[in-house]
Design a protein around this ligand. Structure first.
Ligand SMILES: [Zn+2]
Length: 88
């Protein structure tokens, strides 16, 4: 069993997650589910906001309104387990 760094297509407990809802087997309840995606502000969102605040204050709200600045957290709709995060 090759356990090298190239695990892109191996079936591990952490599935491949994209920015959209993903069809996966839940590592927690082992059901075939389509994940719920919850957008959450991450550290980069706040850093970006601080940076914009220094440059142009009215722009400070942009990162909070932009999906690409947020983490996309996947949750199982069946058992509500946290599955993973997709980051841009
Ligand atoms: Zn589950």
């Amino acid at each position: 069993m090759d356990m090298g760094p190239q695990q892109q297509y191996t079936q591990l407990t952490v599935p491949l997650l994209g920015p959209e809802r993903s069809r996966i087997t839940c590592p927690s309840c082992h059901a075939q589910v389509t994940t719920d995606v919850v957008l959450e502000n991450n550290t980069n969102t706040h850093l970006f906001a601080v940076l914009l605040c220094l440059i142009c204050f009215p722009c400070v709200f942009i990162p909070y309104c932009t999906d690409s600045c947020k983490s996309k957290n996947h949750y199982c709709p069946n058992c509500h387990a946290y599955i993973g995060t997709f980051k841009n």
